[in-house]
Design a protein around this ligand. Structure first.
Ligand SMILES: Cc1cc2nc3c(=O)[nH]c(=O)nc-3n(C[C@H](O)[C@H](O)[C@H](O)COP(=O)(O)OP(=O)(O)OC[C@H]3O[C@@H](n4cnc5c(N)ncnc54)[C@H](O)[C@@H]3O)c2cc1C
Length: 318
């Protein structure tokens, strides 16, 4: 089923979804199932699986030079999606990136998904490779998520890279994209970011999932601004429960979002991380309830591979 159908179905009967990360290379898929299992009683309509691009590591050589080696620490996005659909009969939504992909790689990735009956994707640009400041695309890859959305949309119309292909099968992907209530870190301002968000929708994106936010006013304002700009597709709010004291600095650094003063004050008072985790559950539950009270049909939780706190929130809210 398409994400947009799940959203329509959740009107008046709110649902939550969550995202998982593929395990580090060498670890078993059982760890993924262990984090999903406790959430299945809530019947999530779909589960997102993130994509992690390659990283460069530098190996010192005897002559003092460094050898650059490309490693993928978390492969397996497509395999995990197929395993989830097979084991739980729930839609799995792979994330797909511009970064590290040529157009040909993208097409082949999408063909695999299509053959596996995975017909939803979240299309993203991806970040710069670790230790590099700016994102740079592959030689024959996409620079912005909008270009990736266009390629997926073309495939949905049976248009492949090889123009000689005749009578090609049309894929039928429902495409999600990212939105940033506090603007993307590289955008000069929110207006500009919304301008490009609208381009992604015009190119074929059917829904938006937001970056995490800790103050619902940021989401309400973002939705208002999107609607004023003519962006009409559903906007799924992304929520993350605070879980450690360290995240007070890590989250703003990594995701370029603000934490509200009241949350910071309470977190600082916590004696240990167990107390912060509890605070995070309460804060995120309150955020969730308010969003549902405002008629939001689907909430999306960033689980970061740990589901116990999401389960606690779900028990309080759903
Ligand atoms: C819901 C969600 C899920 C995510 N999942 C993953 C994941 O699985 N793996 C991963 O590596 N990362 C993931 N990310 C992070 C994401 O890849 C980064 O935030 C990345 O820096 C931007 O991706 P984007 O798709 O939003 O980029 P884009 O939409 O391409 O935007 C990037 C920047 O360029 C600007 N821009 C867009 N189009 C143009 C244009 N034509 N000309 C000039 N400027 C333009 C935008 O305003 C923005 O500042 C996720 C983020 C979110 C919110």
């Amino acid at each position: 089923m398409k994400v947009t159908d799940h959203i329509a179905k959740a009107q008046g009967n709110p649902q939550f979804t969550f995202e998982i990360l593929p395990p580090l290379k060498g670890q078993s898929i059982d760890a993924i199932f262990e984090s999903i299992d406790p959430l299945m009683e809530f019947k999530p309509p779909f589960i997102d699986v993130t994509y992690h691009r390659e990283e460069y590591i530098y190996i010192p050589l005897e002559d003092g030079l460094l050898k650059r080696q490309v490693v993928k620490k978390r492969p397996g996005t497509v395999g995990i999606c197929a395993a989830i659909q097979n084991k739980y009969q729930v839609d799995a939504i792979p994330h797909i990136l511009c970064g590290g992909f040529t157009k040909e790689d993208t097409e082949n990735f999408l063909i695999d998904l299509d053959f596996l009956e995975i017909d939803n994707v979240v299309a993203l640009r991806g970040d710069a490779v670790k230790n590099e400041t700016y994102f740079s695309p592959e030689k024959d890859g996409h620079t912005y998520a909008v270009d990736l959305v266009k390629q997926i949309d073309q495939l949905n119309h049976g248009s492949y890279l090889d123009v000689e292909l005749q009578n090609s099968a049309c894929t039928d992907f429902c495409i999600g994209v990212a939105g940033y209530p506090e603007k993307h870190m590289e955008a000069p301002n929110l207006e500009s970011d919304l301008h490009f968000l609208k381009k992604k929708v015009e190119a074929g994106a059917q829904y938006i999932v937001t970056q995490m936010f800790f103050d619902n006013e940021k989401y309400f304002d973002f939705v208002k601004r999107c609607r004023a700009a003519g962006i009409e597709v559903p906007i799924i709010p992304g929520l993350k429960p605070l879980a450690t004291k360290k995240q007070l600095n890590l989250i703003p650094h990594r995701f370029h979002v603000d934490l509200p003063e009241a949350l910071i004050k309470e977190a600082i008072k916590c004696k240990d991380n167990a107390a912060v985790r509890q605070l995070g559950i309460e804060w995120c539950s309150a955020q969730s309830k308010e969003l549902l009270d405002h008629g939001v049909p689907v909430l999306h939780y960033y689980s970061m591979g740990k589901s116990d706190n999401i389960r606690q929130i779900a028990k309080r809210v759903f």
